[in-house]
Write a protein that binds this ligand. Structure first.
Ligand SMILES: CN1c2c(nc(N)[nH]c2=O)NC[C@@H]1CNc1ccc(C(=O)N[C@@H](CCC(=O)N[C@@H](CCC(=O)N[C@@H](CCC(=O)O)C(=O)O)C(=O)O)C(=O)O)cc1
Ligand SMILES: N[C@@H](CCS)C(=O)O
Ligand SMILES: [Zn+2]
Length: 800
């Protein structure tokens, strides 16, 4: 991968275009002077064509220098700021750029580097920074986990009473100055001190009872230093992102907010202070505390996922404070209903005051796609229904202008026409699908017999050894493989050539697994770009982008499909490849599907019907695929529900409803199979302890689950006595790091698992799929995994 040539993408002189799909003549015109009250919470950092990804990976591979990387980053930042400025945005964020993750940036700012990285102080350099993110040859990476209910992952800070803090990254200030040098006065964004601590975990060896919030007193002095430096650089606003405020916090946690901002008050004086919350309704008690903080000038709320927050605002909003109203959706790709947003905003003018209302996005735009202008293949009708980050910036500005009495009637009319076309389009509705999905509601779907009866029946057929070994599905996605897929898509190679290349790859993967002596095989998923995109491409009701990338973690991005209509499965999707793979081996070959909840949660979902209705439609489509796989002789079928936990609402009061329809959707997919067909599911990167009973209720025969990069938290559930009778494979090594785990280390992990789980239900597998790894890492890691398993099997046999 060559480092990108900065001139390959729009940079300083020509920023990524922000033009909405409406006729260009209808664009609202704005000038830098006389900007209306508009604000963007944050912006995608990868670039319109993933320029940052390629620059990072090239740097990591030693193919380009730190200077090359910095040049790409500088050009991206500058183009983003200029784009917002030229669109007329008044409050433009800075420090929302990151080389990996904004939480890790905060860890760097605070100098909270875990000891194992041997950092010796001073300004944190790229080597320490990337070692924390990705591990290095000798030290594993820090834990990575989901950012709230998004598909973005952050690096979890590890803190304890002996953590030494120091001001070790001046990034916030240097980005502010960088923008200022371009003539753009930005709002520097920091993750707020309370959210930072609440997103952290106690470092290894630190008492579980240790209160992370007790570290407030240690980190606030550093926040004060940053603030002082920002002030000295000329900043007039500062934004603290405190998204944990939308969660159910206890009195102690809420008190921490009051005391943190009281402590910062004098340092902040002279600055306008915005506290930004997002992703859900804010609880009434938290709202009360938040809006009574002194020294705070402005509050930002997500009014897309926070309908009840709107009621709170309407019932009381502190006088003299700014209200940053997040009416443009940062989590989806639909064009805003401008008339509806304008009416909401107008009603809020009466609450906050005309001069104190600022139009904003519901959250950072980093969770949506970058720019619709790069979509040359989407048809015009669908395109007219959409707005990506660049178009959302324009929407925000158009709303702000309309509020100020400068409504661009033509732009609003074009928007209304697009919305009407979406509402009435026959492409959206399939009555047969709607009826079938509606019939599912209120009923239950379960397999006829219980899991232990089924496992017995399956074992008779599969005859697996104790501690069966398997992998999660994907094998390394080589450059050659990506080339083959790309050329097939571009019709540069024939179907015959494509099938033959994929067949060869599957055969290679099967041979490797047989040589490694793995028990239950996978075909390696070489025909798939992404596990969700692949299925979406074959289902009706989905549309696809060419460049709708969204950062998932580090340099990794996903291209979520767009669900715009009722979902159905016109043809079998995986049977051809699974049958082919099974024909190559006498060992069981897992059929490999993505489950309905994951397809839902990892897509841009229609906003014109409840999520559960769309989920039931997908469940019916997957059910057909499961039945076809079974009919084709596939005895083990894995239905990945990697994102089930991620979709869990942030507020506890909404958990039961979600889990009910999510788990029900999963069961619908496989309730009709025979006892002898073994259903696996897989989940990654989540904390499952609070939903373990729902996981059990999914009634899968075997679950493989991420475990090793989160300090084996999962095992504590079983230590605490939760009974699990189905097969379970907590991951024995972290696949997100290039590090190769040793046989001893894996054996040690298996032994830890055996201490809490019955021998006859334990499976041995990695944490997740291997698609991001290289064969030079995968082969030795799996060799060690199988050796460790055999070692333990021998020990178990001799202990009998
Ligand atoms: C398991 N995970 C997943 C999540 N979400 C998903 N939707 N899917 C997941 O698998 N969330 C949680 C985790 C996150 N993990 C990952 C892991 C790996 C990636 C990843 O590798 N992403 C790739 C992009 C994947 C992809 O779709 N590639 C395509 C297209 C290749 C391409 O870019 N082609 C360009 C040409 C560029 C070139 O190479 O020359 C083109 O066609 O224009 C493919 O492989 O076919 C990444 O590289 O970031 C993501 C999340
Ligand atoms: N079967 C998928 C699951 C990822 S969560 C894979 O192996 O990549
Ligand atoms: Zn996974």
């Amino acid at each position: 991968m060559k480092p990108p040539n900065p001139s390959d993408f729009p940079c300083s002189s020509s920023p990524p275009t922000s033009r909405p799909p409406h006729p260009p003549a209808l664009l609202p015109r704005s000038t830098v002077q006389g900007k209306m009250a508009s604000h963007i919470v944050g912006y995608p950092r990868m670039g319109p064509k993933r320029e940052l990804k390629f620059a990072l990976e090239s740097f990591w591979d030693g193919k380009s220098s730190a200077e090359d990387l910095e040049k790409v980053a500088t050009d991206l930042r500058s183009s983003i700021w200029k784009q917002m400025s030229e669109a007329g945005i008044k409050y433009i964020p800075s420090n929302t750029f990151s080389y990996y993750d904004q939480v890790l940036d905060t860890t760097a700012m605070l100098g909270a580097v875990p000891e194992r990285y041997s950092w010796t102080g001073g300004e944190i350099g790229l080597s320490t920074y990337f070692s924390m993110a990705r591990g290095n040859a000798t030290v594993p990476a820090m834990e990575m986990t989901k950012w709230f209910d998004t598909n973005y992952h952050f690096i979890v800070p590890e803190l304890g009473p002996s953590t030494k803090f120091s001001y070790a990254s001046h990034k916030a200030v240097s980005e502010y100055k960088e923008a200022k040098a371009l003539g753009i006065d930005t709002v520097p964004v920091l993750i707020g001190p309370v959210s930072y601590l609440l997103l952290s975990k106690p470092a290894k060896g630190v008492e579980k009872s240790f209160s992370l919030l007790s570290l407030l007193g240690s980190i606030l002095p550093i926040y004060k230093e940053v603030v002082a430096e920002l002030k000295a650089a000329g900043a007039s606003w500062i934004q603290f992102d405190e998204p944990t405020l939308v969660k159910d916090l206890d009195a102690h946690e809420l008190a921490a907010f009051s005391s943190a901002y009281a402590e910062l008050e004098s340092a902040l004086s002279g600055l306008n202070v915005l506290i930004e919350t997002y992703f859900a309704d804010i609880p009434a008690e938290s709202y009360k505390i938040l809006t009574s903080l002194s020294g705070v000038t402005a509050y930002g709320f997500d009014l897309i996922r926070g309908a009840k927050t709107l009621d709170l605002i309407r019932s009381s909003f502190p006088s003299g404070k700014y209200l940053f109203a997040g009416v443009v959706d940062g989590r989806n790709i639909w064009a805003d209903d401008l008339a509806a947003s304008l009416s909401t905003l107008q009603s809020l003018e009466a609450v906050a005051g005309k001069d104190k209302l600022v139009v904003s996005t519901s959250c950072s735009l980093m969770h949506t796609a970058v720019d619709l202008v790069n979509e040359t293949k989407l048809d015009d009708e669908i395109k007219s229904w959409l707005a990506f980050a660049a178009q959302k910036v324009v929407e925000v500005n158009a709303l702000a202008k309309a509020l100020a009495g400068q409504k661009d009637e033509a732009y609003f009319a074009a928007n209304a026409a697009a919305l009407a076309s979406r509402k009435s389009s026959p492409r959206v509705t399939n009555e047969e699908v709607q009826k079938a999905a509606a019939a599912l509601k209120g009923s239950d779907h379960r397999r006829a017999t219980n899991v232990s009866t089924r496992l017995d029946a399956q074992q008779k057929k599969l005859n697996l050894p104790v501690l069966p070994t398997t992998t999660i599905g994907s094998f390394p996605q080589t450059v050659e493989l990506r080339r083959v897929r790309r050329e097939y898509k571009a019709k540069k190679i024939s179907e015959e050539e494509y099938v033959s290349a994929i067949k060869e790859e599957i055969s290679k993967v099967v041979k490797i697994q047989e040589e490694l002596d793995i028990d239950v095989l996978v075909h390696g998923e070489p025909e798939r770009n992404d596990m969700v995109e692949y299925f979406g491409e074959q289902l009706s009701g989905f549309a696809f982008t060419a460049n709708g990338w969204v950062q998932s973690y580090g340099s990794r991005c996903v291209k979520p499909p767009i669900i715009y209509g009722d979902v159905s499965r016109p043809n079998p999707m995986t049977v051809f490849w699974s049958k082919m793979a099974q024909s190559m081996t006498s060992r069981p070959m897992k059929g490999m599907l993505t489950g309905p909840v994951t397809i839902l949660n990892w897509s841009f979902v229609r906003n014109d019907q409840p999520r559960f209705e769309t989920c039931y439609q997908i469940a019916l489509a997957i059910k057909k695929e499961v039945e076809d796989l079974e009919a084709a002789g596939i005895q083990v079928i894995q239905i990945d529900e990697a994102a089930l936990r991620e979709g869990l609402p942030l507020r506890k009061s909404e958990h039961a409803f979600y889990l009910d329809w999510a788990v029900h959707s999963f069961r619908i997919t496989n309730c009709g199979v025979q006892d002898t067909t073994q259903i696996h599911t897989h989940m990654c990167y989540s904390n499952f302890n609070d939903i373990i009973h729902s996981i059990i209720d999914m009634d899968a025969d075997v679950i493989t689950i991420e475990n090793s990069r989160s300090d084996e938290k999962l095992l504590s559930v079983f230590r605490e006595g939760v009974k699990y009778g189905a097969g379970i494979g907590p991951g024995v090594y972290d696949i997100h790091s290039p590090r190769i785990p040793s046989t001893e280390e894996i054996a040690d992990r298996i032994n830890k698992m055996l201490a809490v789980l019955d021998t006859n239900i334990l499976w041995v597998n990695p944490d997740c799929g291997l698609k991001t790894r290289k064969y030079t890492e995968v082969k030795p890691a799996l060799t060690n995994m199988v050796s460790a398993t055999k070692l333990i099997r021998t020990q178990l046999a001799s202990a009998k």
